[in-house]
Design a protein around this ligand. Structure first.
Ligand code: NAD
Length: 264
């Protein structure tokens, strides 16, 4: 499989690392373009081919990931439009940019799929969602699903909810990182060293996530089961509820969703 990337920043690099490490794509079969030579140098350390020409990526690859910042997507698609051919499939990972916008800029009938991955694809633990454009074929959906499955979980989502996915799982690793930091600070405050505290905090979230995904039980029920009467968990949870922990998470997802809508 040959794959191109327009934009060789953080997400393109994370996806390349994920695809290469699973063996799905040979590193020499990836071509990435960027206007910033230092980004090209950085991504070339993975063994992928690089170019400063976005059109070259489209000419040489059927599957083209669009991995520039959302305000640049229209400009980049306009730039490559003259060299688009019927075998091209465009996969945009840009927040807020709809399949309709892409289809309007690209030549008529062009196949597009909008994807929202997250940075955890780098360790094959991404949470990804996609929505196909009007001309995308079943085979296109299959190939993109296959690629994303190699680097994480995949959900098909109606387009009107893709901004919500951005606010939840697209941004989500950032929520996880500060949660881990906060918990680790707590451990340090109460005497653990920083390294052990951070490892314990990260592992406890990983364990909770695995339980939610792997056991057919509601998270609320699992929470109840670990809260013994008068015990340490319920005392700690009382503090979290008092500080509006759940409401803060709801607010965060809402804010991320609304920002994604603005970017479109
Ligand atoms: P980034 O800034 O790290 O990468 C964008 C790259 O595009 C940069 O290297 C930049 O030099 C390059 N670029 C700018 N103009 C260009 C042009 N005309 N032609 C070619 N390259 C050009 O940003 P990122 O975090 O990798 O985000 C890329 C996209 O991925 C965004 O649209 C974002 O919404 C989406 N996304 C990001 C994350 C995340 O966690 N970072 C998660 C999900 C989706």
């Amino acid at each position: 499989m040959k794959v191109g990337f327009i934009g060789a920043g953080k997400m393109a690099k994370a996806l390349c690392q994920g695809f290469i490490s699973t063996g799905l794509i040979n590193k020499s079969e990836i071509l990435a373009s960027d206007i910033n030579p230092s980004k090209l140098k950085e991504i070339s350390r993975l063994g992928v081919q690089t170019t400063s020409c976005n059109r070259e990526v489209v000419k040489k690859n059927d599957i083209v990931y669009v991995a520039v910042k959302p305000p640049l997507v229209r400009e980049v698609l306009r730039e490559v439009s003259p060299v688009v051919n019927p075998s091209n499939l465009f996969v945009s990972i840009a927040a807020g940019i709809t399949t309709k916008t892409m289809e309007e800029v690209l030549p008529k009938g062009c196949r597009v799929i909008r994807v929202m991955p997250n940075i955890a694809v780098v360790v094959q633990a991404g949470a990804c969602a996609y929505t196909p454009g009007t001309s995308a074929k079943n085979e296109d959906v299959e190939v993109v699903t296959q690629m994303l499955t190699c680097v994480g979980s995949v959900e098909e989502i109606p387009e009107e909810l893709m901004d919500t996915v951005t606010g939840l799982s697209g941004n989500g690793p950032a929520y996880g990182f500060i949660t881990i930091q906060g918990l680790a600070d707590g451990g340090v405050k109460m005497g653990l060293n920083r390294e052990q505290s951070t490892r314990l905090a990260a592992q406890l979230l990983l364990g909770a996530a695995k339980m939610v995904l792997g056991i057919d039980s509601h998270p609320e029920q699992m929470k109840d089961e670990v809260c013994s009467p008068g015990g340490t968990s319920i005392h700690a949870l009382h503090k979290l509820e008092k500080s509006g922990f759940r409401a803060a998470l709801v607010d965060a997802v809402e804010a991320g969703t609304l920002r994604s809508k603005e970017l479109g």
